[in-house]
Write a protein that binds this ligand. Structure first.
Ligand SMILES: CSC[C@H]1O[C@@H](n2cnc3c(O)ncnc32)[C@H](O)[C@@H]1O
Ligand code: ZN
Length: 446
């Protein structure tokens, strides 16, 4: 009997069907109004205007009335546990902020603190429509467990600062390798791992080369902060005779698939090199504005063929984890600084948060758009609200009038992780209380 039950569990896949919703596929077509979508197991098997017919037989029916369905948003750079430090240090520039406020407090973080901060981030991201995120931090086993429990998709990296002895560097590299071996491909394939030296200004060249070698050995991508501030670029030239892009290229980093966060201070040659090497960029507009780092040359990068995606960075420099905010900022600030209202059009900004995010972090073509064969990472927004009327242009409304608070339901890999604005797999009240208590403990020790 037990064997029969186990077999049934393996062969039975859940099937559900959205009837009559509006679908923004992000596949360059017009939104499908009054369409139908069928999910079997973790994948979309049908999406069209026509009724799915027998394909919907036996499927649980969900009404799509008043809802806009789109691919889950992809946050390509952040530090989830830093939700604990939200509002702790505002209105400072990066180096002062890191050295005098953030790093001293992070030095006290325990694994339990990281778990509490990551759980708070998971609740926040899911409720604002993010289904996949990149995370770089310490105590990453805790983050991986939160991802597994929350039902999120995560590309995780044990971030490493190499301003320490060679013995400590070795121990950190070994921990990053151990983390990759333990977690890459886990949580039914929802977790993937990258190798991540923190930045060229915190990791000596030989240490970065060891990470590149490990990435080759493990066949993993690389992730780092790069060219975030003008001061960083100047320091790199002083220390190594070249700017950060050439420096990392010489160290072999771009021989691996690489995602760099920020890339604010680039010249034309550097943009051309990133395009040539296939390096993807995580644009973090809110964090770059708040830390007064500058504005990345996103329109120039897109023109050159660089894959540009969106990240929130940590909640201490943003101060939320809402990718809809980054989409809106991206559509607005590049118009403002260039004087060109077409610099980043609304639909292109949405692509940065979905299609290009997928290209930057998920090497296989399975997420970032809605079509048969893709993973069912889906967000439903309540568009029965004043700011979605009149129905002139839903893409315009989503980018310029909407926000993450419009998210009502979320699915990852076909599993509903947010229902009616509530996380189905996380205890939101307990997580918020735990985060508050953890911050109290951390800050009272100062
Ligand atoms: C080694 S774990 C990650 C490390 O990165 C720090 N961090 C957070 N935001 C930024 C940023 O904008 N630039 C550089 N480093 C950042 C975080 O505090 C952790 O120490
Ligand atoms: Zn960062």
């Amino acid at each position: 009997m037990l064997i029969i039950w186990k077999r049934m569990r393996i062969t039975m896949t859940t099937k559900w069907w959205i009837e009559g919703g509006t679908f923004l596929t992000m596949d360059d077509g017009q939104p499908i109004v009054n369409g139908h979508l069928v999910v079997e197991g973790s994948r979309i098997v049908y999406l069209a205007e026509a009724h799915p017919g027998a394909l919907a037989d036996g499927a649980e029916r969900i009404s799509g009335s008043g809802l806009l369905f789109m691919p889950g948003l992809i946050n390509t750079h952040g530090h989830a546990a830093m939700t604990l430090l939200r509002g702790y240090a505002d209105d400072m520039v990066l180096q002062d902020w890191l050295q005098n406020k953030i790093w001293p407090l992070e030095a006290r973080f325990t694994a339990e603190d990281v778990r509490a901060g990551a759980a708070l981030a998971a609740v926040e991201m899911l409720k604002r429509g993010t289904t996949a995120f990149v995370d770089m931090y310490d105590h990453m086993d805790e983050v991986a467990q939160v991802v597994e429990q929350a039902g999120l998709r995560g590309v995780l990296a044990r971030g490493v600062i190499g301003l320490c002895s060679e013995a400590e560097q070795r121990a950190k590299l070994e921990d990053a390798i151990r983390f990759a071996r333990d977690w890459h491909g886990k949580a039914d394939g929802r977790i993937r791992v990258m190798m991540s030296p923190h930045a060229p200004y915190t990791c000596p060249p030989a240490f970065i080369e060891q990470f590149v070698q490990a990435a080759h050995d493990l066949d993993l991508p690389m992730h780092t902060h790069m060219s975030e501030t003008a001061a960083e670029v100047e320091q790199n030239v002083r220390d190594y005779g070249v700017r950060p892009v050439e420096h990392l290229d010489r160290l072999g980093m771009f021989s691996r698939p690489t995602l760099v966060a920020h890339a604010v201070h680039l010249n034309d040659d550097e943009i051309a090199l990133l395009a040539e090497r296939g390096v993807a960029v995580s644009h973090n507009p809110a964090s770059n504005l708040k830390l007064a780092s500058g504005v990345a040359r996103v329109p120039d990068m897109l023109r050159a063929g660089v894959t540009v995606s969106l990240g929130t960075d940590g909640a201490a420099s943003n101060n939320n984890l809402d990718v809809f905010d980054e989409i809106r900022l991206t559509a607005l600030i590049h118009k403002g600084v260039s004087g060109d209202p077409t610099a980043v059009p609304a639909y292109e900004a949405l692509k940065l948060g979905t299609v290009y995010g997928a290209k930057a972090i998920w090497q296989s073509d399975e997420i970032g758009s809605l079509k048969p064969g893709m993973r069912a990472d889906i967000v439903a927004l309540d568009i029965d609200q004043p700011h979605y009327y009149p129905r002139t242009d839903l893409i315009s409304h989503l980018v310029y009038a909407g926000n993450g608070r419009d998210v009502k339901h979320v699915w990852v890999d076909g599993v509903q992780v947010v229902r009616n604005r509530t996380c189905t797999r996380l205890d939101e009240e307990r997580i918020a209380a735990e985060a508050a208590a953890r911050f109290e403990r951390l800050s009272s020790a100062t």
